[in-house]
Design a protein around this ligand. Structure first.
Ligand code: ZN
Length: 274
C-alpha cells in the first residue's frame, strides 16, 4: 500500500515536472495567451462596457427623459400655476370689479337716497310752508269768521314783519278794532312794534318823523294825518286801537305802518275798505 502511494506520488511528481517545463513554455507565451484571453475577453468587456455605456446612455436618456418629463411637468406646473394665477387674477379683477361696481351702486343708491331725502325735506319744508300759509289763511279767515269782521288780530314778533300783508274791512263796520300782539321775546326798546294808520302818501314823512318822536311817544309823531295808532309793545305784550271808518276820507289810499326806528320801510301794508 505504502509503495503504491509513493509510486503515485512519484508519478505525480514527474507529471508535475513535465507539467512544470510545459508550464515554463506556456509562461513564455503567457502574454500572448493572456492577450488572447484578454482579446477574447475584450469584446465581452467592450460589450459589457458598451452595454453599460448603453445602459448609462439609456439611463441617461431615461434620466434626461425623466428630467425632460420633469421639466415638462414643471413647465406644465408653471403653466398651470400661471394659468391659475391668471384665473386668480381674473377672479380678483372680477371681484374687485364687482366690489367697485357694488361700491358705485352703493354710492349711487346713497346719492339717490340723499337726493330723495333732500327732496323729501324740501317737499316737507314746502308743505310746512304751505301749511303755515294755509294756517295763516285759516287764521285770517277765522278772524274774519270769528264773528266780528270789524275786529282784526295782527301778530308781530322778534322780526321786522307783520303777520298780515294787508287788511281789508267791510264798509259796514261802525268802528274797526286792531288787536296787536307781540309773540316774540325781545323788549320794546330793541324790537318794539306799533300799528299806525296813515294816508299812503304820508308814510315816508310819518315814518321818518317817528324816530325823533321818541319811545316816550311810542315813536308816533304829532301829525293830524294819522288816523289811528297803538302803543309800542315788546315781546309778550299786546295792545289794541279802535277807530271809526268815518275818519277815513273817500278816494284816499291808506297804509298801516310800524314807526319803530327803521321798521317803516319794511313793516307796512295796505288798509282797504270794501
Ligand atoms: Zn316794528
Amino acid at each position: 500500500m505504502k509503495a503504491n502511494v509513493l509510486k503515485i506520488a512519484a508519478a505525480l511528481l514527474l507529471a508535475g515536472t513535465v507539467a512544470g517545463c510545459g508550464g515554463g513554455q506556456d509562461a513564455g507565451n503567457s502574454s500572448s495567451s493572456s492577450d488572447a484571453r484578454d482579446e477574447s475577453a475584450l469584446p465581452s468587456a467592450a460589450v459589457r462596457t458598451q452595454e453599460s455605456v448603453d445602459d448609462a446612455a439609456g439611463s441617461m436618456d431615461e434620466s434626461a427623459e425623466t428630467a425632460g418629463n420633469e421639466m415638462e411637468n414643471a413647465g406644465d406646473q408653471v403653466g398651470d400655476m400661471a394659468e391659475d394665477a391668471g384665473r386668480e387674477a381674473e377672479r380678483t379683477a372680477n371681484e374687485m370689479g364687482d366690489r367697485a361696481e357694488d361700491m358705485a351702486n352703493d354710492a349711487a343708491n346713497e346719492g339717490e337716497q340723499m337726493a330723495n331725502e333732500a327732496s323729501d325735506e324740501a317737499e316737507q319744508a314746502m308743505s310746512d310752508t304751505a301749511g303755515a300759509m294755509s294756517m295763516d289763511d285759516s287764521e285770517s279767515a277765522a278772524s274774519a269768521d270769528s264773528g266780528d269782521p270789524c275786529v282784526v288780530n295782527v301778530e308781530v314778533g322778534d322780526s321786522i314783519a307783520y303777520s298780515l300783508d294787508g287788511i281789508s274791512v267791510p264798509s259796514s263796520c261802525d268802528s274797526v278794532t286792531i288787536n296787536l300782539e307781540h309773540t316774540g321775546s325781545l323788549p320794546k326798546e330793541g324790537m318794539g312794534h306799533n300799528w299806525v294808520l296813515v294816508p299812503s302818501d304820508a308814510v315816508n314823512d310819518i315814518g321818518t318823523a317817528g324816530m325823533s318822536a321818541g319811545i316816550q311817544n311810542n315813536y308816533v309823531p304829532d301829525d293830524d294825518r294819522i288816523v289811528a295808532s297803538t302803543d309800542i309793545i315788546g315781546g309778550g305784550e299786546s295792545t289794541s286801537v279802535s277807530f271809526s271808518l268815518d275818519d277815513l276820507e273817500d278816494g284816499v289810499d291808506y297804509t298801516y305802518v310800524c314807526t319803530f326806528p327803521g321798521h317803516w320801510t319794511v313793516m307796512q301794508g295796505p288798509f282797504t275798505v270794501e
